[in-house]
Design a protein around this ligand. Structure first.
Ligand SMILES: O=C(O)CCC(=O)C(=O)O
Ligand SMILES: [Fe+2]
Length: 315
């Protein structure tokens, strides 16, 4: 639970760092299953002669990235922003669902958006490649830098009135050196939706609508979280360390309100009114996404946000 002072600080600034929220009981099974997932992918690439024999999670990630092989989408807890195919890889599991429904996270989310919580499907794993590995032309905000944006800006406008909070979870320590989040407090920069212009495949707030001097860094150790209000401008520093920076970002909104990506499945994470509706089945969660994938694969591509680059601010 958050203290009154923490809630007030979040209300005022639009972000809050909370250390030591998730322990190894939640994170260790996730680390273990990602290792196994990568081992399986890597074994296939090795059989095909695409990568050298290396040992360990991080060396394998780096070697596969350097060889131009995609481990990101098979590890992501969502479908891609580009055209979805019937067999597009993705990753859902009981340990991940346990993280999304961890009482420690739900208690915090409840104190922010109330007792009826839906797990919003805007959710990702991010494993940021170190500076000496990341390609100069990397545009993915899941493996490289993240541009300045507001999370309100990466939903469709149907969710503009939705009460929502972003929970950013550090799986490795996040530091200024390895690319922690940075944000601009709403107490000084305001609480309005900025324009977002497509720059290198990411929606980015133009520099003229940011206040660089107000920027604060939000480092946090593994197991800690950063909470973000949907209107808070934020970005991630580049990873200039020689190790990966691993995080998950998930969101909760008030049940019944639009999620902003209605073509992806959501679920009830907490309900004080109807506890029997709380969703806890990892296999059923994977099946929901498979069903969405099958439907989306035969439809025209649905853009993930409202910005097409034609706004005056993007000229
Ligand atoms: O981790 C990052 O690089 C960006 C995360 C983010 O934008 C978010 O959690 O909303
Ligand atoms: Fe974000």
């Amino acid at each position: 639970m958050l203290t009154a002072a923490q809630l007030e600080s979040f209300e005022h600034e639009g972000y809050l760092v909370v250390p030591d929220v998730l322990d190894d009981e939640v994170l260790a099974p996730i680390r273990a299953e990602y290792e196994a997932l990568l081992d399986a992918l890597y074994a296939g690439w090795q059989r095909d002669g695409l990568v050298e024999d290396v040992d360990g999670f991080e060396p394998k990630l780096k070697a596969a990235y350097a060889a131009g092989l995609d481990w990101f989408q098979p590890m992501d807890i969502s479908l891609p922003f580009s055209k979805i195919e019937y067999d597009t890889p993705m990753h859902f599991s009981q340990p991940l669902l346990n993280m999304l429904t961890a009482p420690a996270l739900l208690d915090i989310a409840e104190s922010m958006v109330g007792p009826e919580l839906t797990s919003n499907p805007i959710q990702h794993v991010r494993i940021k490649m170190p500076g000496n590995v990341v390609r100069a032309d990397e545009t993915s905000a899941h493996m490289g830098n993240t541009s300045w944006h507001q999370d309100r800006g990466v939903t469709h406008d149907e969710a503009d009135q939705t009460d929502m909070v972003t929970v950013w979870i550090a799986v490795t320590d996040a530091t200024e050196e390895n690319g922690c989040l940075i944000a601009q407090p709403r107490s000084t920069t305001g609480n309005h939706l900025r324009d977002h212009c497509p720059v290198q495949n990411q929606p980015a707030i133009p520099a003229s609508q940011l206040d660089e001097a107000a920027t604060v860094s939000l480092p946090v150790n593994a197991g800690g979280i950063v909470l973000l209000h949907p209107m808070t401008p934020h970005a991630a520093l580049p990873n200039v360390s020689d190790s990966i920076r691993w995080s998950f970002d998930i969101r909760y909104n008030v049940t019944g309100q639009p999620t902003g990506r209605s073509h992806f499945p959501d679920f009830i994470a907490r309900s004080r009114a109807h506890p029997d509706r709380e969703f806890r089945d990892g296999d059923a969660w994977r099946d929901m996404w498979k069903e969405a994938r099958a439907q989306l694969a035969v439809q025209p591509h649905i853009p993930i946000h409202r910005w097409d680059g034609t706004d005056a601010a993007c000229a």
